[in-house]
Structures are given as structure tokens and as C-alpha cells.
Design a protein around this ligand. Structure first.
Ligand SMILES: C[S@@+](CC[C@H](N)C(=O)[O-])C[C@H]1O[C@@H](n2cnc3c(N)ncnc32)[C@H](O)[C@@H]1O
Ligand code: SF4
Length: 372
């Protein structure tokens, strides 16, 4: 069996105003890391698998000491070609940490920049300035060539000019990968409470921002997923995030840590999001263990596959489900093609540019009410 591994570090110095990820400003790092390592060591699925990718995400994994990150990684049996990513926030990046990450075999760093205007960063509750990012980026580029930057658009008080400047800066520093996220106001966040007072760009500006990103990044990056762009390489290096591609192609992944999700051998589950329960040693932390049905797998194969610009592989659909994709989805496919949201070539069915803009509408067509 091959698998991806996700490791969740649920700590942040403070909570950004838009964020509903499982992370809090607690400090019991040691206790948590011990429990995490225990969880990984006990995992039979992990023991019997070849680990293709590791993603240490959060939260803010760079809050942990180098030593802790080293111990976590040494609990996983990986190979020299395993893609190993760690998420790092600008304010907690140091030369020592970056050098240690490299020595542990980490080969990809993902940094949350969001925007280059320090006033915007403050508005969204980030605790770093643009200058802090610049210093951190300089440190990271001395050791790593595979670097992702997370950016956000549609932010309160952000205008097209701000966004253009952020994108132009990205082109100048040319990281190997960029993820662009349109702000979602999530329930339970500070922004959710403040939403009537937020000056958010309207929907047409938000869409213009997305199109602007595609235009500005166009010649040096290619878009391979709704939110993800990889730098055009020299033919030898592929900077797409291999770990995320595991999610989008319905391959196995094992999630460790608080609230982490897994999909393995057709089974889905998530770990508890209750920290007390998680830390209680020996406690059963897997919840909602569900065996996928053929119907749910087909739907997921479509939703997730259509996120990628190349689309859903028709031959793979047949191989996996023993049905021609059009035996199941002929009506939906032809109706979406008529609406110009979908297109197809010999091997793939994919969203058009318009389809990418209306992705949720297009994807909802693939929910099946037959089969079980
Ligand atoms: C959950 S964070 C984890 C990494 C790291 N803590 C950070 O903040 O960069 C991953 C990325 O998700 C994006 N994100 C989080 N919440 C979001 C939201 N409500 N809307 C849009 N993007 C969001 C941000 O770009 C963030 O960098
Ligand atoms: S966006 Fe990142 S740094 Fe901010 S609270 Fe969420 S996980 Fe933490």
C-alpha cells in the first residue's frame, strides 16, 4: 500500500480573524508531541505502507522546537524521494529551524504570506508584518528551492491595486508554488461576528481578483488546480504539491493528531477534536469511521478530480468503478458542456474557465441519487 501522511499541529500564537481550522494558543507542546508520536507508532496502516508524501500542517508547526519536529519525523519510515512539507509562519521562522528541517529530510516549506500590505495583514489578524515575511523568506531560500506561499484575496479593505501589487511581488520573488484563497467568512470566527462591519470587496471585484491572478501569473506559473499554481520548471522539476494531489485523486492518506482526517483502503475517519480526549493515552481517538460506498467514491472522484485543471481521467474512472463515466454521468456531462462549464478531450473531462468560476454549481451536478 502507498500512502500520504498528514500530521496536525493545532497550535498558533494567536488566532487570525478568519480562521476556523483546529488551532489554539495553548502551550502543552511536549505533551501533544508525545501523544502524536505514540499514535503514529501504534498505527498498523502506517507500518504496512510506503509513505509517498508527508505534510506537517496546522496550526503553526514552526512553533515547535526543531527537536520535536525531528522526533515526529523519525516516527515515520520515509524514503529519500518522499515529498515532505512543513507549514511555517513568518514570525516563527529562524535560521536554526530551517537548517534543522533540511537536515531531517524536509524538502518543501509552505509559508503563509497572505498579502504584502502590513495594514491588511493587521486587519485580518496576522501577527507578522511584510518586513518579517521578507526576512523569513530570505532565510528559507538559502536552504530550500521548493517553497509555497499562501495568499488571500477578497479581504476587508483590499482593493484591486493592493492585490495587483501582491501578485507583482510574487512574480518578482518567484517562489516555486503559490496557493491563492478567496476569503471565506467561516462561522465561529471573529470575522463572522464582525461581518456587518467589514468592508468586503463585492463579488464582481472578488472574481476580477481571481482573473487578475491568472493573468499576472500566467507566463511564469501554470494553474493545476482551482487555487494552486506551480512555477514552470526547466523540465526536470515538477513543483506541484504531490501531497494535495493524493487528496484530489482519491488515494490513501493517514492523518495524525487532533481532528486529522484519514482515507485509507476505502475507509474514512477523523480523529477526535477534543484535546483532553486526544491526550488521554490509550484512548480511542478515531471517530466517524465510515466505509465508502461505490456511489460516494464516484461522487468524490468527480468533485475532487474536477478541482484539477486537467480534470477527471475517464480511463481511471473505468478502471476504478468498472463503468464507463458516461454510463453514470452522461446527462450531467452533456448539460454542463452545453452550459460551457465543462469540456472534454480524449482522456479527460475538465472544468472550463467559466466552470472554475462556478465550480460549486458545476460539481453539485455530480451528486448521484441512484446506486448505493
Ligand atoms: C490553515 S492555514 C495553516 C498554515 C499557517 N498557519 C498559515 O496561516 O499560513 C493555511 C492557509 O489557509 C488559508 N485560509 C485559512 N482560513 C481561510 C479562510 N477562512 N478563507 C480563505 N483562506 C483561508 C490561508 O491562506 C492560510 O495560509
Ligand atoms: S490562519 Fe494559520 S496562523 Fe492563522 S490561526 Fe489559522 S492556522 Fe493559525
Amino acid at each position: 500500500m502507498k500512502t500520504g501522511v498528514y500530521v496536525h499541529i493545532p497550535f498558533c500564537k494567536s488566532k487570525c480573524f478568519y480562521c476556523d481550522f483546529v488551532s489554539f494558543p495553548q502551550k502543552n507542546y511536549d505533551e501533544y508531541a508525545k501523544r502524536l508520536i505514540h499514535e503514529m507508532k501504534l498505527c498498523q496502516e502506517l507500518k504496512n505502507s510506503v509513505v509517498k508524501t508527508i505534510f506537517i500542517g496546522g496550526g503553526t508547526p514552526s512553533l515547535f522546537s526543531c527537536d520535536m519536529i525531528g522526533k515526529i519525523l523519525s516516527a515515520i519510515n520515509f524514503k529519500s524521494d518522499t515529498e515532505i512539507t512543513i507549514e511555517a509562519n513568518p514570525e516563527s521562522i529562524t535560521k536554526e529551524k530551517i537548517a534543522a528541517y533540511k537536515s531531517y529530510g524536509i524538502n518543501r516549506i509552505s509559508i503563509g504570506l497572505q498579502a504584502i500590505q502590513s495594514n491588511l495583514l493587521k486587519t485580518i489578524g496576522r501577527i507578522h508584518t511584510f518586513e518579517m515575511f521578507e526576512k523569513a523568506y530570505e532565510i528559507v531560500t538559502q536552504k530550500f528551492d521548493n517553497i509555497n506561499l499562501d495568499l488571500m484575496f477578497g479581504l476587508p479593505n483590499q482593493n484591486l491595486n493592493d492585490w495587483e501589487k501582491t501578485l507583482t511581488y510574487i512574480k518578482k520573488i518567484a517562489p516555486s508554488h503559490v496557493s491563492l484563497y478567496s476569503l471565506i467568512i467561516e462561522e465561529g470566527t471573529k470575522f463572522y461576528q464582525m461581518q456587518n462591519d467589514l468592508k468586503l470587496p463585492d463579488e464582481s471585484i472578488e472574481r476580477k481578483m481571481y482573473h487578475m491572478a491568472k493573468e499576472i501569473l500566467f507566463d511564469e506559473y501554470y494553474q493545476y488546480e482551482i487555487s494552486n499554481f506551480a512555477r514552470v520548471g526547466d523540465g526536470k522539476k515538477n513543483f506541484e504539491c504531490q501531497h494535495n494531489k493524493i487528496y484530489w485523486t482519491l488515494k490513501n492518506y493517514l492523518g495524525f493528531g487532533l481532528a486529522a482526517h484519514s482515507f485509507f483502503n476505502g475507509m474514512r475517519w477523523n480523529n477526535t477534536s477534543n484535546m483532553q480526549k486526544y491526550l488521554a493515552s490509550g484512548g480511542n481517538i478515531r471517530e466517524n469511521i465510515i466505509a465508502s460506498t461505490k456511489k460516494s467514491l464516484m461522487e468524490e472522484f468527480m468533485f475532487l478530480g474536477l478541482r484539477m485543471t486537467r480534470g477527471v481521467n475517464k480511463n481511471l474512472f473505468k478502471e476504478k468503478f468498472h463503468f464507463d463515466i458516461k454510463d453514470i454521468y452522461a446527462k450531467q456531462i452533456s448539460s454542463l458542456i452545453k452550459k460551457k462549464l465543462l469540456s472534454e478531450n480524449e482522456n479527460f473531462i475538465y472544468l472550463t474557465d467559466l466552470g472554475m468560476d462556478l465550480a460549486n454549481t458545476a460539481m453539485s451536478e455530480f451528486i448521484l441519487d441512484m446506486l448505493s
